[in-house]
Design a protein around this ligand. Sequence first.
Ligand SMILES: C[S@@+](CC[C@H](N)C(=O)[O-])C[C@H]1O[C@@H](n2cnc3c(N)ncnc32)[C@H](O)[C@@H]1O
Length: 340
Amino acid sequence: MSDTSTTEMQPSKLSLRTTNLMPPFNRLVGVLPKSVLSVPSMMSVAERRFLYGLAARYYEGEGLIVDAGIFLGASTRCFGEGLHENPNLPASVKKWQRPIVSFERGIVTPTMPLFFKRNGLEFSGAPGDSFSDLVQGNIAPVVNVVELRLGDIQETGAINHPIEILFLDVLKLPEINKFVVENYYSRLIPGRSIVIQQDYFYDLLPYVKTYQEALSEYFTFVGEIGSTAVFLCKKQIPQEATLRIEERLDASEQLRLSAVALQRSTDPARRFLMALSRARLIRKLQGAKAAQAYLEFVRSEYPEEADSERSPRLREALRGAEIACRAKGAPIPEAADADI
Ligand SMILES: C[S@@+](CC[C@H](N)C(=O)[O-])C[C@H]1O[C@@H](n2cnc3c(N)ncnc32)[C@H](O)[C@@H]1O
């Protein structure tokens, strides 16, 4: 299998495309079979190459691959087709029967119809409709290694085995984030398990960052790819450490952790998005005036990223944060914000 073996540093500061992963993980971002790309995805191609490489060349079968929030099944196809190429496949199947456990609610949300249209899908489900047939069709080529659990992960999510790869694109509500951390993190294998946080370098969902950073003593930050942050578990996480995290995080600690998270990226555009996520956290913890003052600071610290002519993605993120920080009364609930 060919291998790029590089840390790709893109020239454009506004690209959000910098791939910066520590060895040996950088070597996993290799070639992806065309068949995998046939499944429409919200992830970048680079992120998919990484997932494929992890399953093909990193996974040893010590634990399960948990794939949470698969939408149309792209991540599961990456893991599944990668696993088909993995020399450890026979032993892994013998041990786990289906080493990949995939979670998806399978219900169309208000923002999904636009995605279906943009990607030329024949399926035109309306909010509230099921798209589970699409998911099942898309993962059919790898179903021999996948256990698909449709429904709310908070009800379907019981896992009683070690987890070697934990892919998270499902943390759209604080309670789902809490469920995942409390139920999965103590199952990570020290020195082996990888947590892939697909919503990390993202302008919403500040709790994803604060929870992860609250447990930073158990992880090594391995790098960034797309909107994803990758963490290697370095020591056993006691179950107790995963419980009632929110009670241990007062406002100043949450703000400290959001600043730590912001500094993870080497890419100014990602840091800008993280600062916007932090502005939303300030809005929640300290009110609109403090959040607006921070946004003013962000605009002056990131003049290129805040320039509305330079990038539609960054412009949209700044606009969203400005609205959220201006809002009178209670902060906009995270659920309403992250309709994905
Ligand atoms: C951003 S999308 C995932 C995108 C996907 N990784 C891709 O590459 O296209 C998030 C997914 O999480 C699913 N989801 C949200 N809440 C869920 C829950 N409580 N249980 C299971 N799935 C959920 C949504 O239905 C949606 O498909």
